[in-house]
Design a protein around this ligand. Sequence first.
Ligand code: ZN
Length: 164
Amino acid sequence: MSLYEELMKANEHYAASFDRSSLTAPPARKLAVVVCMDARLTVEEFLGLRTGDAHIIRNAGGVVTEDALRSLIISHKLLGTREFLVINHTDCGMLTFKDEDLRRRLAEETGADASELEFHAFDDLEANVRAQVQKIKDSPFIADDVVVRGLIYDVKTGRLREVA
Ligand SMILES: [Zn+2]
């Protein structure tokens, strides 16, 4: 069975006992999380969240990009979230390369101009978390009383710690 076939079979199984049809779109716990896409992070599990509780916005690094901010503004203004978390993690792939190296590699491999691409790689985990939190706080489109916290998830222990 191909991966795709396995996934579709899993979905059939899921839909057969589906019981979440009464959920509404606004997150029940008024929470939004920006978090790295790393496959080792099962966000709902490590935060004790259930379907319908929170918006989970994932990308490489857990970076508050223009698009992540777009999602947060919609989350907050249209769907009522009041509390945000930014979560980065130990052993993140974003610590292992530099934007300019990836740009050069892409240009070499494809011949296309990669000079405008931003990957948001970083070399200091804590500083990166603080910078992402600050980007949210600096946005005029997120109310000042929205609570924004930055955390680091440890892939060896499963534990979260807040970045001061
Ligand atoms: Zn990561």
